[in-house]
Write a protein that binds this ligand. Structure first.
Ligand code: ZN
Length: 192
C-alpha cells in the first residue's frame, strides 16, 4: 500500500524554498522512485490536478500532474499522468490568459492569475529519459502552477487583483459557470 503524505500548507517555509535538482543517480535510487509513487498517490487522494515534491515537505525538483475527470475541476480537460523531474519552462510567444486557480497548499481559496497560453517544456521523466514537449491552454497553466511551486512560488504571488479571491463554495456559486465557458473557448482554441 502506497503511503499518502501530509500536504504542507501556506506559511510553511518548505513551500518558499527553491527545490533541489536531482542527479540521474538520485533519481534512479529506490527511495526516490518510491517517493514518486507516494507523490502520485497523494495527488490522487486529494483530487489535485498536480502536486510538487515540496508540497509534501521534500525539497526536490519533481512534480506530478494528472487530470482525469477531476471533481475539484469538473470543467477541465483531462491530462494524462505526467512526472516532471528538473523541469524548465519557456514561454512561446506573448499570449496569456486569465486562469482561476486553487492549490492543495492554500485551503479554500481561489484567485485569478495570468498564465502563458503556450510553453516549451524540458525535463526528465521518472526514468531519467529526456522530455521535450510543447503544452498549451489549461495544460500549460497547470504546468506553470506546478513549476512555480518548485521555484518556491505560490499562485497567490501572481494574483494581481485581490478582489478575485474567492472561497471554493463561492467559486461554484458565482463564478464557475462563467469560468467553464472561458475554459471551453480556450480548449477549442488550443485543444487542451
Ligand atoms: Zn499548488
Amino acid at each position: 500500500m502506497t503511503k499518502i503524505l501530509d500536504i504542507a500548507q501556506v506559511g510553511h517555509p518548505v513551500l518558499r524554498e527553491p527545490t533541489m535538482e536531482l542527479s540521474l543517480e538520485t533519481l534512479a535510487h529506490k527511495e526516490t522512485q518510491l517517493f514518486i509513487d507516494e507523490l502520485i498517490a497523494t495527488m490522487r487522494a486529494a483530487n489535485g490536478a498536480g502536486l510538487a515534491a515540496n508540497q509534501v515537505h521534500r525539497s526536490l525538483r519533481i512534480c506530478v500532474i494528472e487530470v482525469l475527470d477531476n471533481p475539484r475541476y469538473p470543467y477541465r480537460p483531462n491530462i494524462p499522468l505526467t512526472v516532471l523531474v528538473n523541469p524548465i519552462l519557456t514561454p512561446v510567444g506573448n499570449d496569456t490568459f486569465e486562469n482561476y486557480e486553487g492549490c492543495l497548499s492554500v485551503p479554500n481559496l481561489r484567485g485569478k492569475v495570468q498564465r502563458h497560453c503556450e510553453i516549451d517544456v524540458t525535463a526528465l521523466d521518472r526514468h531519467g529519459n529526456p522530455i521535450k514537449t510543447r503544452v498549451k491552454g489549461m495544460t500549460a497553466a497547470t504546468y506553470q502552477h506546478e513549476v512555480d511551486h518548485l521555484l518556491g512560488m505560490l499562485f497567490l504571488d501572481r494574483v494581481k487583483d485581490s478582489r478575485s479571491l474567492v472561497t471554493w463554495d463561492n467559486f461554484e456559486r458565482y463564478h464557475q459557470a462563467q469560468v467553464a465557458e472561458t475554459v471551453k473557448q480556450l480548449v477549442s482554441r488550443y485543444g487542451s
